[in-house]
Design a protein around this ligand. Sequence first.
Ligand SMILES: Cc1cc2nc3c(=O)[nH]c(=O)nc-3n(C[C@H](O)[C@H](O)[C@H](O)COP(=O)(O)OP(=O)(O)OC[C@H]3O[C@@H](n4cnc5c(N)ncnc54)[C@H](O)[C@@H]3O)c2cc1C
Length: 264
Amino acid sequence: MKMAQPSVVLISRPSLDIDSVEEWLRDLGLEWVRSPLATPAEELIELSGRLCYMSFGTRQSPRSNREYIYNLIRQGHESVLEHASWTFLVSEVSRGFTHQLVRHRVGFAFSQLSQQYVDQKPMGVIMPRLIRESSQSSKQWTQAVEVARQAYQEILESLEREVPGADDSTDRRERRRAVRSAARSVLPEATDTRISVSANARAIRHFLRVRGSIVGDEEMRAVAARLLEIVRKEAPAVFADFDVRIEKESPLVRQVSLPPPQPD
Ligand SMILES: Cc1cc2nc3c(=O)[nH]c(=O)nc-3n(C[C@H](O)[C@H](O)[C@H](O)COP(=O)(O)OP(=O)(O)OC[C@H]3O[C@@H](n4cnc5c(N)ncnc54)[C@H](O)[C@@H]3O)c2cc1C
């Protein structure tokens, strides 16, 4: 049995082909003065923003990458942030959590472990902290989970015996899917799962805003905090108006003010 300690692993990040960018600008007789500390994600956003007004060469203001991105955010020109996206492998989370996560429709892509294709017999479960801290509830919870685990195995075995066999491989696959679909209906929301999550910077900001500080949803907040920790290294300017506070040993992600404008 696992405690709710989500794992979020970054597996893909933006990169900028700077040679191609410079060649493109050279052909137009332009140049771009870059900020030496900007990350590829931040540069991708700045470049995309500058393209809107062709603010390169003599039209480029002395604004640093960081100030450029703060300005996009202040003006609500956040569509430009959509150019930067990342992919994360999220695991050690419950199906209950992912059911909420996949409600985010815009700027997200999800691929989740299938309970129809992957046997859930070695069922892992995520125990919520509130239950862990209550000896009475944790006893009940553990018993309930064990009953569900047992029922899953027994239903799976009975259906595998009872449902008529199939001839070709498609029928066999669909038979297996039907049997596992039926058996999984007894699995608890605490069943652990894995999900690949791709999201752009604007979508992540929205997610952090609406999900990061829900006091009663510890698993969601833990994922939000881990996500913020990662993306803040990837694109500090894009997430400068979020912070994490630890309250009662558990993180709370809040949106705060952007730092005031300042020269680099
Ligand atoms: C505290 C809390 C409690 C919740 N409780 C419940 C609940 O009881 N039951 C439940 O079903 N869900 C619940 N949800 C989920 C919630 O309703 C959303 O489905 C989820 O948070 C995704 O938010 P979103 O639609 O803003 O995100 P996304 O789907 O990623 O959309 C991002 C933004 O794009 C815009 N957008 C997206 N689609 C449309 C559209 N079709 N038309 C117009 N604009 C659009 C909106 O501005 C939206 O905010 C809850 C969420 C929170 C944070």
